[in-house]
Design a protein around this ligand. Structure first.
Ligand code: AP5
Ligand code: MG
Length: 208
C-alpha cells in the first residue's frame, strides 16, 4: 500500500513498484476519475467531493474496492495507491484482505503546493510529469492536461482532509508493525531507490 499526502509521489512511484512486484496498481483516485469521465451515477456523486478537495464517502470507496479485488489480476495481491484513507476504510479492508506493507512517502506541506500546481498528465499513457521536476518531452507537450483538482485552493482542502482524516492511519499501521517510512523530499529516483531498498530488507526480515 502506498500512503502519503496529495502530491507525495504515490502515483509516480507506483509504476516502478508495480513493475518489480508484478502487482497491479489500484488507485482509488484514478478509478474515481474514470467514473467521472464516463458520466456514471457514481462519478457524478464523487465529482462534487473531488472538486472540493474532500474525501468521497467511505461506502462508495469500499464498494469500488470490493469489486476491484474480485478481478482476476488481483488474485496475487495488488498495490493500493491512495486507499485506505480513513480508519473506517482500513477496518473494512482488514475484513477482506491482508495488508503486508504500508509505504509511507513523507513530504512536508510546503513542498506540496508547488508539486501539485506544476503537475501535468499525459491522457494517452497516464504518465505523470511536472513542469520543473519531471518535464514531459516536447513531442507530447500539446496533449498534456492538468487535473481539475490541481489548483492552489483545492489542494489546501486536500491537505487539510489528509491531516485530519488520513494521517492517523500512519500510527494505526505503525502499531501493527507494517509502516515503512520513506523520505519523499528527495529526487524521484532517490525516493524509488529508498523504497526498493527498504521493501527488500522488509521482505528479508520476514523470511528470516
Ligand atoms: P488521488 O488521485 O489519490 O489524489 P491525492 O491523494 O491527492 O494524490 P495525488 O494523486 O495528487 O498525488 P500523488 O501522491 O499520486 O503524487 P504524484 O506521483 O502524482 O485522489 C483524488 C481525490 O479522489 C481525493 O481528493 C478524494 O476526493 C478522492 N479519493 C481518492 N481516493 C479516496 C479514498 N480512498 N477515500 C476517499 N476519497 C478518495 O506526484 C505529484 C507531482 O509531483 C507530479 O507532478 C510529479 O511529477 C511530482 N513529483 C513526484 N515525486 C517527486 C519528487 N520526489 N520530487 C519532485 N517532484 C515530484
Ligand atoms: Mg496519485
Amino acid at each position: 500500500m502506498l500512503f502519503g499526502p496529495p502530491g507525495a509521489g504515490k502515483g509516480t512511484q507506483a509504476v516502478r513498484i508495480s513493475e518489480t512486484t508484478s502487482k497491479p496498481q489500484v488507485s482509488t483516485g484514478d478509478m474515481l476519475r474514470q467514473s467521472v469521465s464516463s458520466g456514471s451515477e457514481l462519478g457524478l456523486a464523487a465529482k462534487v467531493f473531488m472538486e472540493a478537495g474532500e474525501l468521497v464517502p467511505d461506502d462508495v470507496i469500499i464498494g469500488l474496492i470490493s469489486e476491484r479485488l474480485k478481478m482476476t489480476d488481483a488474485s496475487n495481491g495488488v498495490l493500493f495507491d491512495g486507499f485506505p484513507r480513513t480508519i473506517a476504510q482500513a477496518e473494512e479492508l482488514a475484513k477482506i484482505a491482508d495488508v503486508t506493507a504500508v509505504i509511507s512517502i513523507e513530504v512536508p506541506d510546503n513542498s506540496i503546493i508547488q508539486r501539485i500546481v506544476g503537475r501535468r498528465m499525459d491522457p494517452e499513457t497516464g504518465e505523470i510529469y511536472h513542469v520543473d521536476f519531471n518535464p514531459a518531452p516536447d513531442s507530447i507537450a500539446d496533449r498534456l492536461i492538468q487535473r481539475k483538482d490541481d489548483n492552489e485552493s483545492t489542494v489546501r482542502n486536500r491537505l487539510s482532509a489528509y491531516h485530519s482524516q488520513t494521517s492517523p492511519l500512519a500510527g494505526w499501521y505503525d502499531q501493527q508493525g507494517l509502516l515503512i517510512r520513506i523520505n519523499g523530499n528527495q529526487k524521484i529516483k532517490d525516493v524509488g531507490d529508498e523504497i526498493a531498498h527498504k521493501l527488500l530488507s522488509n521482505k528479508n526480515s520476514e523470511s528470516s
